[in-house]
Design a protein around this ligand. Structure first.
Ligand code: HEC
Length: 274
């Protein structure tokens, strides 16, 4: 080997050592693989004062339905009788859960986008399209935040969309949803795509077993003046309705004297929500 070849070989060896040191340093700085790490479900986030954050990616959620000019009075400037396009979007993790189980899991988030209507823009001669966003609202199921489960938020729109909003009073939003929505406060009757994905017949959505009474609140607690969500696995059917309870002893108390508890809890419920 000539001197030059020896220098060349030495450079190659030195380079090899440097490379392997660099690689092992890189490996050491990598976080240890965590085999049981599951993706965490997207959950609602709140400020310290309880206001809900508008999730940054809500416009990428799954589209579940739309309507034109479905009229109902809502609080604020939207109560004007303006025809608007409505689009409902659902957070993808909660969507998958619904498609798999037919239930809205804790932390389910839905967004409603309200658009003004546009028309007569060339080349269109007829018809209307969804123009500017006039409102962004959200429905969130979170019993750790609200005893009754669902809460409703209005992020404004025309004057700019707020990044956080406090829950609306029950009588502005919740009461209409609890009374008229087909399944667990959600207007599934207008979301054909969602119902179809979950293999639910929209027209039969309400006939899916006995209807849930008191929107799932425990009637024994409610008769005693307290709102607490019952567990779907502790239930009792009475007449055409299904009641949920927080505990087995509460279920047994109900079963022993259902009529009295139904009367008291129904009137408490009516006082609060109707
Ligand atoms: C008088 C009845 C009524 C009232 C009051 C009402 N809503 Fe709704 N809401 C509906 C109907 C009907 C739909 C079906 C979707 C649509 O409008 O296209 C709906 C859908 C929604 C959705 C989409 C998810 C779902 O639950 O179906 C959100 C979010 C929503 N409303 C928010 C609100 C907020 C916020 C308020 C209070 C400011 C409110 N709603 C008040 C009737 C009502």
């Amino acid at each position: 080997m000539s001197n030059r070849q020896m220098i060349g070989a030495g450079v190659i060896v030195a380079f090899g050592i440097a490379l392997s040191i660099a690689l092992s340093a890189q490996n050491a700085s990598k976080p240890a693989p965590n085999s049981d790490a599951k993706p965490r479900p997207a959950m609602p986030q709140y400020n310290s004062d309880g206001a809900l954050h508008l999730p940054s990616d809500y416009r990428q959620w799954i589209f579940v339905g739309s309507s034109l000019g479905l009229s109902y009075s809502q609080g604020g400037p939207l109560s004007m009788n303006m025809e608007m396009f409505h689009e409902t979007l659902m957070e993808p993790g909660a969507y998958k859960h619904f498609v798999d189980t037919g239930t809205f899991r804790e932390g389910t988030m839905l967004a409603l986008l309200l658009h003004g209507t546009g028309e007569k823009v060339l080349p269109a001669r007829h018809g209307k399209f969804a123009a500017d966003v006039h409102g962004v609202e959200m429905a969130v199921k979170d019993t750790s935040h609200r005893a009754e489960g669902w809460a409703y938020y209005n992020f404004g729109g025309m004057g700019g969309i707020r990044t956080a909003a406090q829950a609306m009073p029950k009588e502005s939003c919740y009461s209409c949803h609890v009374e008229h929505a087909k399944r667990d406060n959600v207007f599934l009757q207008f979301y054909g795509l969602l119902a179809e994905a979950a293999h639910i017949k929209v027209s039969a959505a309400a006939e899916h077993g006995p209807t849930l009474a008191l929107n799932g609140l425990d009637p024994v607690m409610l008769a005693g003046g307290r709102e607490e969500m019952g567990k779907p696995e502790i239930v009792e059917t009475h007449g055409t309705l299904r009641y949920q309870f927080v505990s087995e002893p509460n279920r047994a108390r109900f079963a022993a004297d259902p009529d009295a508890i139904v009367t008291h809890s129904t009137s408490e419920f009516a006082k609060r929500y109707q």
